[in-house]
Design a protein around this ligand. Sequence first.
Ligand SMILES: [Cu+2]
Length: 159
Amino acid sequence: MKPLPKSLGLLWAGMIFGCGVALAQAPEAMDPIEKRKEIVDAANWKGMETVTVELKEHSYNPESLVFKAGQPYKLIMRNSGEKKHYFTAPEFFKAIATRKVQSDKDGEIKAPYFLAIEMMPNGGQLDLYFVPVTKGKYPLYCTESDHRQQGMEGTVVIE
Ligand SMILES: [Cu+2]
């Protein structure tokens, strides 16, 4: 009875292939990068609003950042402290369509999204260009040393 194992083999091959296709499509479904790019391209950057957040020992000023979904922004992140500080907000970064992070002095970095941005001390500055997409309240914190325990955390709201 050889035909049966052969057809079973084909069935298994079909199932494995089918699963492979599903797995290959999953990341795009979870992280719609192309959609983010469309949002960035379609945004009215001439109507961009500028917001500044200052990082220092051991706080963010303001502690709560609020953005409107669909409105393009430049978020100026400035470290006026004497230590390195992080703008860590992985959930927020996944909730926005990122255009770029720019250093006026050094250049710009384009990526679908970031997880954390580290700022050098004594006036280091990076500008995040983005469009808020998914409404919610997201945690912001510094992952340098024990800064978060010392109170260096805040929130980012998209409304
Ligand atoms: Cu810090």
